[in-house]
Design a binder for this molecule. Structure first.
Ligand code: PLP
Length: 435
């Protein structure tokens, strides 16, 4: 598989280059030059297959020119020891695809774990340790920390803003030890991100270290996210109806992943882009004008993105053609009051406890089904476990939300972080001491 940059489609790089240098020098985004078409037989044979089996089958179609089948099989089975079950709210009409059964309780586990497996595959053949730098406002850091923990040949340094991530999120970043270290920055998320960006362009640092990133710009976080759309399709085939997906969206990596498997032949009747008040994409779908805005803070904070970094990818997948984009995707957005009311209604109506992001996905789906009046089976992606937003969910639903044991045990572990001011030179000095 070769990858091109959206800014210069004529030059391509290998899988290994796109994996370790997430961002092309021309500031475009990497995309696969060619997506293999998997025919109807492929998609009708997956009803009972696990996420790992589906991941292996698609990985073979994508990467078997570069990675042996045995290695791909091991990689996918190690990455996905958990399932992505579809849970019916109204059978044959409305269901949720639960993507939070991995270690950090959010869908980001899927991308982070697959990417970790690929990096470990390539670094086995190299004697240079790979250093991953990530800035996080919470969720990404947890999935990356847990996904890369104990992966040989890879060290992860996570920068997070002190006092601005939840207690449990902080525990995910700071208690694993081993090849994972956390820098607690006395500043904001933007400060953390600025430090990471500066490290990538620091010639001295890059001269003797192999630095890499694990944010959602990296195409290898997106590719595996396609696997669960396929898994969900298999699970709802028993209803013999066209399938629509509703994806709660922020940076639009998740929806781009869906559009990629649609291009590979997955029969998706329609996508719903569901957002909060950061609604540049729903507005684009309505008006044809894409105008990024500064982000606004909401209760579905993992989707507080004013200029989604994957919009370019999604547009490319629809040939940069507004009509094609609009034919395949509808946008809906909800403010915080609507989100709270939706969480409560979903709980009253179906007995289902949804995190605010998931609730927005379900509401988007319901709005679309009401508008079109077509006989679709709708699948809303449940992007995080409700306990990740425990105080909010408990307040809205007036009931206790249990934290799954795999996360609860972290609460009792000892935190270890390297505290630094929001200053690049200070980071560099303490980072180099840890090498
Ligand atoms: C990251 C995240 C999103 C947004 O996903 P994108 O791929 O950035 O669109 C939605 N919900 C939750 C819980 C998340 O963590």
């Amino acid at each position: 598989m070769r990858f091109y940059s959206t800014n210069s489609p004529q030059t391509t790089v290998s899988t290994e280059q796109a994996l370790f240098h997430s961002l092309p020098a021309d500031k475009g985004l990497y995309m696969p030059t060619h997506l293999p078409f998997l025919g109807p037989d492929f998609f009708s044979a997956i009803a009972d297959q696990s996420l790992a089996d589906i991941g292996f089958a698609i990985s073979k179609a994508l990467f078997s020119d570069e990675i042996s089948k045995a290695d791909l099989e091991e990689l996918t089975h190690q990455a996905f020891p958990f399932a992505t079950p579809v849970v019916d709210l109204e059978p044959g009409k409305t269901s949720v695809l639960e993507l939070f059964h991995g270690p950090s309780l959010a869908f980001k586990d899927v991308g982070a774990r697959y990417m970790a497996g690929l990096m470990s595959h390539y670094s086995k053949h190299s004697d240079k340790e790979v250093n991953i730098l990530v800035a996080t406002s919470g969720d990404t850091g947890g999935a990356v920390a847990m996904g890369f923990h104990n992966v040989p040949g890879v060290r992860v340094s996570i920068l997070y803003p002190t006092g601005r991530v939840s207690e449990l999120q902080e525990k995910q970043l700071t208690t694993l030890g081993g090849n994972i270290q956390a820098f607690e920055v006395d500043g904001s998320f933007d400060d953390c991100q600025a430090i990471v960006k500066q490290a990538f362009v620091d010639a001295e640092l890059n001269a003797h270290l192999s630095l890499s990133s694990a944010n959602s710009i990296n195409i290898f976080r997106l590719i595996p996210q396609g696997f669960y759309y396929v898994s969900a399709y298999g699970q709802v085939q028993k209803y013999h109806k066209p399938v629509v997906f509703s994806t709660p969206s922020g940076n639009f990596g998740n929806l781009s992943a869906g559009a990629m498997v649609q291009k590979m032949g997955l029969p998706v009747a329609h996508f719903i882009a569901a957002t909060n008040l950061n609604h540049v994409v729903p507005t684009y779908l309505e008006t044809g004008v894409y105008s990024p805005k500064p982000s606004v803070t909401t209760i579905s904070n993992a989707m507080d993105v004013g200029n989604p970094s994957n919009f370019v990818r999604l547009a490319h997948l629809y040939d940069d053609d507004y009509d094609q984009f609009k034919t395949n995707v509808s946008g809906y957005f909800f403010d915080d009051d609507e989100t709270r009311a939706g969480m409560k209604r979903i709980h009253d109506q179906f007995g289902y406890v949804a995190c605010p992001h998931t609730a927005i996905g379900i509401m988007g789906l319901q709005s679309y089904l009401n508008e079109t009046q077509q006989d679709y089976v709708g699948v809303a992606l449940a992007t995080a476990h409700p306990s990740k937003f425990k105080p909010l969910v408990e307040e809205v639903l007036a009931q206790v939300v249990e934290v799954p044991e795999r996360l609860e045990i972290l609460a009792h572990r000892k935190k270890y972080s390297i505290v630094i001011p929001a200053d690049y030179e200070a980071f560099k000095e303490s980072f180099l001491q840890t090498i």
